[in-house]
Design a protein around this ligand. Structure first.
Ligand code: HEM
Length: 272
């Protein structure tokens, strides 16, 4: 690095706290774009998790309600036919968001054992809840790397599996433990991610009277508590859905009807 570059900017205390240092000067704009990419796709995926929960939990209202929602996303209302490519398009969009999100986040992963050790030591020394949450993000991100692609690929390559009975059988074969771990990892990562975005974008740090951002205004502890409550509620809701799907799958298997799709009674079809 040139001396003129190295000494061009003397970081203030705030710069140091927020991580802008000499080492970040070069290529800082690229890093900023990666951060924006990670944040935007994270926000899309975080909001998607709530829609996902509403969609999958509709099975609690009956197979017919779930069937009608699946049929809607398959464009059944247009001509009374399910269009598998519409499922592929939607799953493909979410898939793309996941890939961009992961690609942008890669730079945050420790790449050597020494870096990992330093991060752990730093986290232990600071002993701050936000740093601990960051560690949870790191671990859950790694696990999601393993868990999310089988889930998305099975839908991308087989969009015809969108059916209340077949989804139940799928959950049954995946097993309760696997699905529960996937659920906990997903909700923790998603909800902590949304919390971190709110903190990063100072959503709750604005003085409502002056409109000026002041870190001391934001009730971070309250926000953290709220986020954890929502995460637990999502896990409870997801667990109930998991149990329901598992029971449907078990029943289909017991009746030797693993491949049997759900036949919607005409009077329950919303799109007829
Ligand atoms: C458009 C994309 C997606 C669709 C259409 C979709 C659909 C579904 C469906 C139908 C289920 C029910 C059971 C099963 O088949 O395993 C399910 C379960 C689940 N999905 Fe997705 N999913 C999508 C993307 C994602 C993503 C990106 C994540 C995580 C980051 C995710 C996390 C989960 C979890 C944790 C479960 C288990 C929850 C439970 O059974 O209560 N899904 N998904």
């Amino acid at each position: 690095m040139l001396d003129s570059e190295k000494y061009a900017h003397t970081p203030s205390a705030t710069d140091n706290v927020w991580g802008v240092g000499l080492k970040d000067l070069r290529g800082s704009s690229r890093t900023a774009w990666l951060d924006v990419g990670q944040s935007v796709t994270g926000l899309i995926l975080g909001i998607f998790l709530f829609c996902h929960m509403a969609f999958t939990s509709s099975i609690q209202l009956g197979k017919d309600v779930f069937w009608n929602l699946i049929a809607f996303s398959g464009g059944y209302f247009v001509d009374g036919e399910e269009h598998l490519w519409l499922h592929v398009l939607f799953v493909g969009f979410i898939f793309l968001c996941v890939v961009i999100h992961m690609f942008c986040a890669l730079r945050r992963f420790p790449t050597t054992w020494k870096q990992l050790r330093d991060i752990r030591a730093h986290s232990k020394m600071l002993h701050h809840p936000d740093t601990t949450l960051w560690m949870v993000q790191l671990v859950t991100a790694f696990l999601l790397f393993l868990l999310v692609f089988p889930h998305l690929m099975s839908m991308l390559t087989n969009p015809g599996m969108f059916d209340p009975n077949l989804i139940g059988v799928h959950t049954y074969h995946n097993g309760m433990l696997y699905t529960f771990i996937f659920l906990v990892v997903t909700e923790l990562h998603g909800m902590i991610g949304l919390y971190r975005l709110a903190v990063k974008w100072d959503i709750f740090a604005k003085n409502p009277e002056t409109g000026i951002i002041d870190q001391r205004q934001g009730d971070r502890a309250g926000l953290r508590k709220g986020m954890l409550i929502v995460a637990v509620l999502m896990i409870v809701c997801g667990t109930l859905t998991l149990l329901r799907n598992y029971a449907i799958g078990a029943e289909q298997v017991e009746n030797n009807a693993e491949a049997q799709r759900y036949e919607i009674p005409a009077e329950l079809n919303w799109w007829k």
